[in-house]
Design a protein around this ligand. Structure first.
Ligand SMILES: Cc1cc2nc3c(=O)[nH]c(=O)nc-3n(C[C@H](O)[C@H](O)[C@H](O)COP(=O)(O)OP(=O)(O)OC[C@H]3O[C@@H](n4cnc5c(N)ncnc54)[C@H](O)[C@@H]3O)c2cc1C
Length: 143
């Protein structure tokens, strides 16, 4: 906990491992791991919360405990989607995956031109640029 996604996945990639996560490297794993974590690899690996095996946490009354499928399973279920309503996660154990040997980054652009007459005015040259990328570690495209 306390790390950002970019640092985590970079460290994992150095060991040939990957984790499903969102697209912004500056998002913290804390909020990400208690609410979801949807990203480029989610169709393959699921959400970040799907990878969590166990969570160490502090409850509102100060109790330090852990949750997993076998230990406090109700709390484990609640933490993976509504975490901050139930406790503060201090550590998570996650399942990782073999990182793909390569990643493909692609973009596609198109020009839309519309001529719409409204009284004496016309609207033309509406352009749109859509960029999309796939990366296991970072997103370098913008706009
Ligand atoms: C630029 C940007 C891009 C994003 N892209 C994606 C994306 O691609 N996919 C996706 O799924 N989401 C995405 N998100 C959403 C992001 O995953 C959530 O906003 C996430 O909750 C942020 O977590 P944080 O720790 O950085 O933020 P914070 O604001 O610190 O925390 C968010 C919430 O989580 C709680 N929280 C934080 N740490 C803990 C903890 N240790 N224990 C319990 N509760 C905790 C906080 O109390 C707060 O309620 C994006 C957000 C941003 C700002």
């Amino acid at each position: 906990m306390g790390n950002r996604l970019g640092d985590i996945v970079t460290a994992l990639a150095a060991h040939g491992r990957g984790l499903p996560h969102g697209t912004c490297p500056y998002v913290g794993i804390g909020g990400h791991a208690v609410y979801g974590g949807f990203g480029f690899t989610s169709k393959l690996w699921g959400l970040t919360i799907d990878t969590i095996q166990s969570i160490d946490l502090v409850l509102a009354n100060g109790t330090i405990t852990s949750a997993s499928e076998k230990l406090n399973p109700d709390l484990f279920f609640a933490m993976r989607g509504a975490g901050s309503s139930f406790g503060i996660a201090t550590a998570i154990t996650v399942k990782t995956f073999p990182a793909p040997p390569t990643a493909t980054i692609f973009s596609y652009n198109w020009q839309l031109t519309a001529s719409i007459r409204r009284t004496d005015r016309s609207l033309s040259s509406t352009s749109m640029k859509v960029c999309e990328c796939i990366s296991t570690t970072r997103c370098t495209h913008a706009s």
